[in-house]
Ligand binder design. Structure first.
Ligand code: NAP
Length: 305
């Protein structure tokens, strides 16, 4: 059967673009398939200061540099959301809402999406005071009061960024200890318009005329209202893997398990980046995993030629 590309790379974040770069440079025809804009988590990150070789760069600039590198190599960028992958005798069929792509190998690099609190009004208030992206929505809260929920690296990094715009930033975290790296915690503690509200959970989202007006916090039996103009949730991520359920490659949390070559238990299907079951979620690791998956897949395709 005629294939459209040797390889379809699903996901155009750091891992996917790294895979595409290695594949194309090895003479493998491939496309990048993405359901949103290119860049993945990078474009939702204000400043990146831990990517080797670049002391400080905005997330969108790093993403666009990577994207330019792959598009300069003439890797086609295709827009589409994967519904399912079917493995036939010699080919794989990537089914999207806009059609099918036939290929010999696949790299899954679909990353993760923000975890939700799961509270009533949460969906309704997105874009009306509630956000999961400080880089995207922070400028709407100039000189306003915002609440950041979470105690990890994302919460602290984004709170630091928001402190340059907002009048007041309150970090609400459910425990007394913050999960974020100590340098970020120390940096945030020194910023005068950042304060911490620890050992508190968000019990309710408060609304006035269809817009978020604050949060109801709970600590033991005590409750307090914290009025705010904006609420930014950084409480972790969930893998974007629903479309791959039928392949039988997901663990119970929906992450993909791979071997040291980035290969899943299905021949010709590799995975890289934040979709992997792993310990470290960094741009630097995603790039490495993207390269590993591409090199592994190149070898497998050569062996099957
Ligand atoms: P994370 O490290 O998993 O932190 C999530 C935070 O949200 C935790 O503090 C957690 O509390 C809290 N949380 C989870 N569920 C909650 C709930 N239902 N209600 C209230 N709070 C809740 O997630 P992340 O900050 O998005 O980071 C994800 C990964 O990317 C991490 O591996 C991180 O190191 C990496 N990352 C790295 C950088 C960097 O290197 N500069 C930047 C951003 C992200 P507990 O602590 O109590 O569990």
């Amino acid at each position: 059967m005629k294939v459209d590309y040797d390889v379809v790379v699903i996901g155009c974040g750091a891992a996917g673009m790294s895979s595409a770069l290695y594949l194309k440079r090895a003479g493998i025809s491939c496309c990048l398939l993405e359901k949103e804009v290119p860049g993945g988590q990078m474009i939702k990150t204000n400043i990146i200061e831990n990517y080797p070789g670049v002391s400080s760069i905005s997330g969108s600039d790093l993403a666009m540099n990577m994207f330019k590198q792959v598009t300069d190599l003439e890797v086609p960028y295709r827009y589409g959301s994967v519904i399912e992958i079917k493995c036939e005798e010699k080919v794989k069929v990537v089914k999207t809402e806009t059609g099918e792509i036939i290929c010999r190998g696949i790299v899954i690099a679909t990353g993760r999406s923000p975890k939700k609190l799961g509270l009533p009004l949460e969906e309704k208030l997105v874009g009306h005071g509630l956000s999961y992206c400080a880089t995207c929505d922070g400028p709407l809260y100039k000189e306003k009061d915002v609440v950041v929920v979470g105690g990890g690296n994302s919460a602290l990094e984004e709170a630091i960024y928001l402190s340059t715009l907002a009048r007041k930033v309150t970090i609400v975290h459910r425990r007394n200890e913050l999960r974020a790296e100590s340098n970020l915690v120390e940096k945030a503690k020194k910023i005068p318009n950042i304060s911490f509200s620890l050992q508190k959970e968000v019990k309710e989202l408060l609304e006035e005329d269809g817009t978020l007006s604050g949060v109801l916090l709970k600590q033991g039996n005590e409750e307090e209202k914290l009025p705010c103009d904006g609420l930014f949730l950084f409480i972790g991520q969930v893998p974007n893997s629903e479309a791959f359920t039928s392949l039988g490659i997901l663990d119970e949390q929906g992450y993909i398990e791979v071997d040291q070559n980035g290969k899943t238990k299905v021949a010709g299907i590799y995975a890289a980046g934040d979709i992997l079951k792993k310990e470290v979620y960094q741009i630097a690791t995603a790039v490495g995993e993207g390269a590993t998956a591409a090199i592994g897949l190149i070898k497998e395709l050569e062996q099957n030629n």
